[in-house]
Design a protein around this ligand. Structure first.
Ligand SMILES: Cc1cc2nc3c(=O)[nH]c(=O)nc-3n(C[C@H](O)[C@H](O)[C@H](O)COP(=O)(O)OP(=O)(O)OC[C@H]3O[C@@H](n4cnc5c(N)ncnc54)[C@H](O)[C@@H]3O)c2cc1C
Length: 331
């Protein structure tokens, strides 16, 4: 780890004033790892643990405001989240371990970086190290010709095939969350779908944040009346493991037909993967296995498997079909 200076910000104003060339540290559960691996080498850490951003509040329009410093455990076990947004609670509880969730924050989870082993290799992107366009643009992508069992099949480019690792973000994509940020140019909001970026030609640009911007909170829209939601995560072992494939579904069925549907997938995309193709295939259709299978087919139609991860295509389809069955079950 390289040396760095450390500042504890007492309020948002001070945090923003200290942010130039610095990194915010929240739970530290991923940033400190990345610093030890020389992936991140900030000169200054601005500790944001004193900021008053740790509340979960009902909004007047029926939505929910989640402070950026709300811990993953507190969010998952919130009565309001369990009752009105079960998909989010289930996604959070499927991630990491209880100890990590007690530290990890909403803002930090949004900004966690890929677990691609080439990206996390200390020498990646340096002469003699593995190529990694995320670490150093123009050095190539070792994963494309390397071992890529855990890598993405959707949203990849020839520059990067790294999977986005978050579970929470998959649920938030299906819930159409809105991210609020504050920075040197003031406050703004970013729709969840626009927050994470596809790798394209610039895999080192991972999100829509500008230099020095702080995530202050995330808003969830009012729960959809009569809708049910669920999160299913498939992985190599039952806990403490990242997804091979996951699905978040929010659905409302009336008279046996699907009248509202949101679908997002994890473990398969280079960003939390909202599947508008699956939604289009399901909307207005009878809630039955044939429709679910057609939606899964549509969701994965553009999948580009690599040499070690073709199994993810079928796995993701089955994951989605099972989630759709759960979310639309009438009993
Ligand atoms: C062993 C292990 C297993 C894990 N398994 C899973 C899993 O199965 N599923 C899953 O989803 N996640 C998993 N995680 C990741 C975990 O969810 C993240 O480490 C955690 O959510 C990050 O939150 P944090 O508050 O600790 O972030 P930090 O480490 O403090 O920060 C992460 C990044 O976010 C930035 N940041 C933090 N807060 C803000 C803010 N408010 N505004 C702007 N920038 C900010 C930091 O500068 C940094 O770049 C795992 C982690 C570990 C170590």
């Amino acid at each position: 780890m390289e040396t760095f200076s450390y500042v504890k910000a007492p309020n948002v104003e001070k945090a923003l004033a200290s942010a130039d060339g610095a990194k915010f540290i929240a739970g530290g559960t991923t940033l400190v790892d990345l610093m030890k691996l020389y992936v991140e080498t900030p000169k200054t850490l601005v500790d944001i643990n004193l900021l008053p951003l740790d509340k979960i509040e009902k909004l007047p329009d029926g939505g929910l405001r989640i402070g950026a410093m709300v811990r993953n455990s507190d969010l998952a076990w919130s009565e309001e989240v369990k009752k009105s947004y079960p998909v989010l609670s289930e996604a959070l509880l499927s991630g990491a371990s209880p100890q990590l969730r007690n530290m990890a924050t909403t803002g930090g989870n949004l900004l966690q970086r890929t677990r691609c082993m080439y990206f996390r290799e200390p020498s990646a992107g340096t002469p003699g190290g593995y190529g990694c366009n995320k670490r150093t643009p123009g050095t190539g992508c070792a994963a494309v010709d390397g071992f890529n069992r855990m890598h993405a099949v959707l949203g990849t480019s020839d520059k990067c095939i790294a999977t986005h690792p978050s579970d929470m973000c998959v649920a938030m994509a299906a819930l159409e969350a809105v991210i609020h940020v504050e920075g040197p140019k003031g406050k703004r909001t970013i729709a969840f779908a626009d927050f994470h970026k596809l790798p394209g030609e610039t895999p080192h640009i991972e999100n829509a944040l500008e230099a020095g911007e702080l995530i202050t909170h995330v808003d969830l829209p009012k729960p959809v009346e009569g809708a049910k939601s669920t999160y299913l995560k498939l992985r190599d072992r039952a806990s403490y493991e990242f997804a091979l494939a996951s699905a978040a579904v929010v659905a409302r069925v009336e008279g046996g037909h699907i009248r509202y549907i949101r679908v997002a997938m994890g473990g398969v995309g280079t960003k939390p993967w909202r599947s508008r193709e699956a939604e289009a295939a399901l909307m207005g259709k009878p809630a039955n296995e044939a429709a679910f299978k057609a939606a899964a087919q549509a969701a994965l139609a553009k999948a580009k498997p690599q040499k070690d991860n073709a199994f993810k295509v079928e796995l993701a389809k089955r994951c989605l079909v099972r989630s759709l069955k759960t979310a639309t079950a009438t009993a």
